[in-house]
Design a protein around this ligand. Structure first.
Ligand code: ADP
Length: 396
């Protein structure tokens, strides 16, 4: 094979000219300031981005030192020392890295900048430095604003937490008094009251009990938000067994199946027990079939462990799938389906989210609902998925 023809001197100089033109075009159009300087820190090249950022024209900048042009007076000494160190040792902590530094404009005003410095060598071996500088005042301002918002949000969340706690805790006291006074009234003067007055006093007792229940739910919700979670490796089979045991009374007549072994995950066992209890209790409560069925299990979705509680109950219409997670939201008349405060799913959501997980549901009205939840984006599993027997294990 013929060797490829070597470029002649004319070709070479043409190519060089081309590559120089390309380099110049890039520098001309770059948004960042690109400043080239020699080993003494004197500016050799200053692109339009640098003119815009620093407020000098190219003519004003070339030949002057970077230190006097753009480094705030207090930092010039360390810049000089850094340069001298690099020239002596070849080491420079800022070289090849992106760092944040204060910089100065022609009018003396300072601004935060992001800086990266690259070194190349001239044919005689002396270094040539290229500084890429970006004004990040706007980004810094946005970051400050974000931090301020986050702090304000945290403060208002803490206020809300306090409010929920105070409402739940302190309002119970006078309520107990109201309820007790109504009971005394009936006891002391019951015989002398006419029917309509008696029924009004009974209403006070009934409504006080209801309000007590609501305050209890509020208090529990606030506790779930405040308490430190006790994370530990937890066998979810034991958690579900515990939940089923406490729910025994309301599970009579229901067929509950745990599908396959559940994994061991890092979570707060008590709180996750509460999640399972609430979901299992609802699975039986919102179910008017002769044979109520509940299945508890897990799946893997895109590598993520998903736990579920499935029922063959009344189902939930699509438009309610978000709102039922709201505090005190019920889809039924107050006493329908055994009553309730409408806080259970709100508490479930809060516990799950505090674990870093999500909760959602799929439902076919009239056929049943499946509540799904995760406990962390990628929980540590001790039982690898896919090793299930798939057997249906009936709990005791
Ligand atoms: P509560 O049971 O006290 O009303 P929840 O927050 O647990 O409160 O549930 C909110 C509402 O969501 C319930 O009132 C019910 O209408 C609906 N719901 C919850 N779970 C189910 C389920 N498994 N099937 C059908 N509806 C459900």
């Amino acid at each position: 094979m013929e060797p490829a023809p070597q470029p002649g001197p004319r070709d070479l100089s043409e190519r060089l000219r081309e590559s120089e033109a390309r380099r110049a075009a890039i520098l001309e159009s770059a948004l960042d300031a690109v400043i080239t300087m020699d080993s003494a820190g004197r500016v050799i090249d200053f692109n339009p981005g640098a003119e815009r950022t620093l407020g000098y024209t190219r003519e004003q900048a070339v030949g002057r030192t970077v230190a006097e042009l753009m480094i705030p007076p207090g930092l010039r000494e360390s810049h000089r020392a850094g340069l001298a160190r690099y020239l002596a040792t070849g080491e420079g902590p800022v070289l090849g890295r992106r760092i944040e530094v204060p910089a100065m404009r022609a009018d003396g005003s300072e601004f935060p900048a992001e800086l990266a410095i690259a070194v190349s060598r001239l044919p005689d071996g002396s270094p040539l430095f290229t500084a890429f500088l970006r004004d990040i005042s706007e980004r810094k301002r946005a970051e400050r604003e974000l931090r301020r918002h986050a702090a304000a949000l945290m403060e208002s969340n803490a206020d809300l937490e306090d409010f929920a706690y105070i409402a739940g805790h302190d309002l119970k006291e006078p309520l107990r008094g109201i309820s007790a006074s109504a009971a005394f009234l009936l006891e002391d003067a019951g015989g002398t009251l006419n029917e309509s007055t008696r029924s009004r006093v009974n209403a006070i007792t009934r409504l006080s009990a209801r309000m007590y229940g609501l305050l209890d739910s509020l208090l529990e919700y606030s506790r779930v938000g405040r308490a430190e979670l006790a994370f530990e490796m937890t066998d979810l089979n034991a958690v579900v067994a515990g939940a089923l045991e406490t729910l025994q009374a309301c599970l009579s007549g229901a067929r509950v199946a745990v599908l396959g072994p559940l994994p061991t995950v890092r979570c707060d066992a008590v709180r996750v027990g509460q999640v399972f209890s609430n979901l299992i209790a609802n699975a039986v409560k919102y179910n008017d079939r002769a044979e109520k069925r509940v299945e508890i299990g897990r799946e893997e979705r895109s590598g993520e462990l998903v736990l579920f509680v499935r029922d063959n109950g009344i189902g939930i219409r699509r438009q309610h799938t978000e709102s039922i997670f709201k505090m005190f939201r019920r889809l039924h008349p107050r006493e329908g389906y055994g009553g309730g405060t409408g806080a259970g799913l709100t508490i479930v959501k809060r516990i799950v989210e505090r674990h870093g997980g999500r909760v959602w549901l799929e439902s076919v009205p009239g056929e049943g609902t499946t509540f799904y939840f995760t406990l962390a984006p990628s929980p540590a599993l001790s039982v690898p998925l896919g090793m299930d027997s798939g057997a249906v294990a009936e709990p005791p």
